[in-house]
Write a protein that binds this ligand. Structure first.
Ligand code: ASP
Length: 318
């Protein structure tokens, strides 16, 4: 018998639609009413939070991390139900901390519990099956929805409403949940993990676009921010108009670059004004395969782990 601890945090999976179709939190989490048809799994549930995921903060994420660590010896695996809007951020956050080598699976739903075609119970039971499978251990944090298993590092929400919203661009999913099996056909990457009990600092995200003005960058004071993430163009290029403002920032804080393309890898390729080669020379750090919301978390965790100078650059670019 596998013992799984389920941590419910809220989100659509625990919500209900009213007669007008408006979706709101319900007092009693519908997932706690789901009877477990999986005889080989013993489920213990905790309603750790009941919030929509746009309300999730680092304090909530740290609460999940601490709860998992405190219960690591008592359970064989963990399931976290979560709103889908920021699910990838909580998943990546946990995946970058010093989590136990047991299955840790996040799931959610795109349709609330009483909507036609609701996917909550199905995803929940799939997540339980993966969390109870030994093959899911030591793979870092996983996301299970719509019959697919994704790595926290690469998965992202790609659609506002579609049930197959979670995708892993470039790499594809790690595995599948079939009627009878849990199948893994991709490896997870080795990860550097940190133990932290607080996250401090501010790292905003700025997106680049054609004919970009420097007004936003100019308004940033390095007294108020600890770092910056820029969603650059293509392989990692920026309009030359913002270079003077960027130079002011790179002298004082780490500036991390990702691509605004949702697929592919950012790296310094172009040597023109504002091209990636020049940006790299000026100290901009390229994160190869993360989106901006995860690059922000990576930088914040690195700064809170007191990485600086070359160590910070190696970690961010590694
Ligand atoms: N807005 C919801 C949330 O993230 C969406 C969802 O759960 O699917 O809480």
């Amino acid at each position: 018998m596998k013992k799984i601890l389920v941590l419910h945090t809220g989100g659509t999976i625990s919500m209900q639609a009213d007669e007008q179709g408006q979706v709101t939190s319900s007092q009693k989490n519908p997932m706690t009413l789901v009877s477990n048809p999986l005889e080989s799994i013993q489920v213990t549930s905790l309603d750790i939070y009941n919030i929509p995921s746009p309300h999730v903060t680092f304090s909530h994420m740290l609460g999940l991390y601490q709860t998992i660590r405190e219960n690591a010896q008592s359970y064989d695996g963990f399931v976290i139900t979560h709103g889908t809007d920021t699910l990838e951020e909580t998943a990546y956050f946990l995946d970058t901390l010093d989590i136990p080598k047991k299955p840790i699976v996040l799931t959610g739903a795109m349709r609330s519990s009483n909507e036609l075609g609701s996917d909550g119970v199905y995803n929940y039971l799939s997540a339980l099956r993966v969390a109870a499978d030994e093959k899911a251990a030591d793979k870092g944090v996983l996301l299970v929805m719509n019959d697919e298993i994704h790595a926290a590092k690469f998965v992202t929400k790609t659609h506002t409403t579609n049930l197959s919203t979670f995708q892993t661009p470039t790499h594809g999913p790690l595995g599948l949940v079939t009627k009878r099996n849990i199948l893994f056909f991709n490896q997870t990457e080795k990860r550097t993990r940190f133990h932290l009990d607080r996250i401090e600092g501010t790292v905003p995200i700025i997106k680049a676009y054609a004919d970009m003005e420097s007004i936003l960058l100019d308004s940033l004071s390095t007294d108020q921010i600890s770092g910056l993430v820029i969603e650059a163009l293509g392989a990692g290029n920026l309009p030359p108009t913002i270079l003077p403002s960027l130079r002011r920032l790179t002298k004082e804080i780490p500036v991390v670059l990702v691509s605004r393309c949702f697929n592919g890898i950012a790296e310094p390729v172009y040597a023109y004004q504002g091209g990636g080669v020049q940006l790299e020379k000026e100290g901009v750090l390229f994160v190869k395969e993360l989106n901006s919301q995860k690059a922000r978390i990576k930088l914040l965790i690195a700064l809170n782990a007191s990485l600086s100078g070359q160590d910070l650059a190696d970690y961010i670019q590694g």
